[in-house]
Ligand binder design. Structure first.
Ligand code: PGA
Length: 252
């Protein structure tokens, strides 16, 4: 089984000083934890300083977004190479907040993902349905479309570096978590699609993680599901104590 991945998405929170203090507390609180990959995604402004602070630790850095071009006249954007340069190993792509507020399409998401893989950055591809889509029974078809289009033209050899994060929009920042069985159900659907798109060998290490109101008090039930290989944590990753408890989930 692939190593579980616990990622904290700090979104648009934290000045450089606040970010430094949080990451040092997280570092101390997760000392001695093995067999779990821990990733944090601070805002871009704090990446350089946090990279320096994390130098001797196993915690890895992640960007919250990226642009697909290598360089050029794209005011405000950052390339995969720039994220690598500042110490990132991972990058979140297609988060529902970017799809919603910045009109990202599956096509944009796919370009970002391919450009990141080319540069050696591991993409965390976010997919998820709205409440309306879930209630009208369309959840799985929406997610299959997002995954299929997001992973278009990805080579078999790159799939071990791809993470897919299932984040139902109605569960993000709302305190409503998908029932672990609901998440497991969607993860099974994604896994089947990956088997259709790629060969078994290519996707056996592809991790499927869950996001949406993950907290210290529900992590154990979520991680007990066989097809959930980790979590993407928003709000709860801003507290070192809470995030550390999530990293130290009970293994069943
Ligand atoms: P949340 O956010 O944990 O605050 O619900 C999750 C996410 O957006 O990745």
């Amino acid at each position: 089984m692939a190593t579980p991945l616990i990622a904290g998405n700090w979104k648009m929170h934290m000045t450089i000083n606040q970010a430094a203090s949080l990451v040092l507390k997280i570092r101390d609180a997760i000392k001695g934890v093995h067999d779990v990959e821990v990733v944090v995604a601070p805002p871009f402004t704090a990446l350089h300083h946090i990279n320096y602070l994390l130098a001797e630790t196993p915690i890895q850095l992640c960007g919250q977004d990226v642009f697909w071009e290598k360089n050029g006249a794209y005011t405000g954007e950052l390339s995969p190479e720039m994220l690598k340069d500042v110490g990132c190993h991972y990058v979140i792509i297609g988060h529902s907040e970017r799809r919603q507020h910045f009109h990202e399409t599956d096509e944009n998401v796919n370009k970002k993902l391919l450009a990141s893989l080319k540069e050696g950055l591991k993409p965390i591809l976010c997919v998820g349905e709205s409440l309306e889509q879930r209630e009208s029974g369309k959840a799985i078809s929406i997610i299959r479309k997002q995954v299929a289009e997001g992973l278009k033209n990805v080579s078999h050899g790159h799939m071990k570096d791809v993470v897919v994060a299932y984040e139902p929009i109605w569960a993000i920042g709302t305190g409503k978590t998908a029932k672990p069985e609901q998440a497991e159900d969607i993860h099974n659907g994604i896994r089947e699609l990956l088997y259709d798109m790629f060969n078994l060998e290519a996707v056996k290490e592809t991790r499927l993680i869950y996001g949406g109101s993950v907290k210290a008090n529900n992590i154990d039930d979520i991680m007990a599901q066989p097809n959930i290989d980790g979590v993407l944590v928003g709000g709860a990753s801003l507290s070192a104590e809470e995030f550390a408890r999530i990293v130290r989930f009970e293994k069943t």
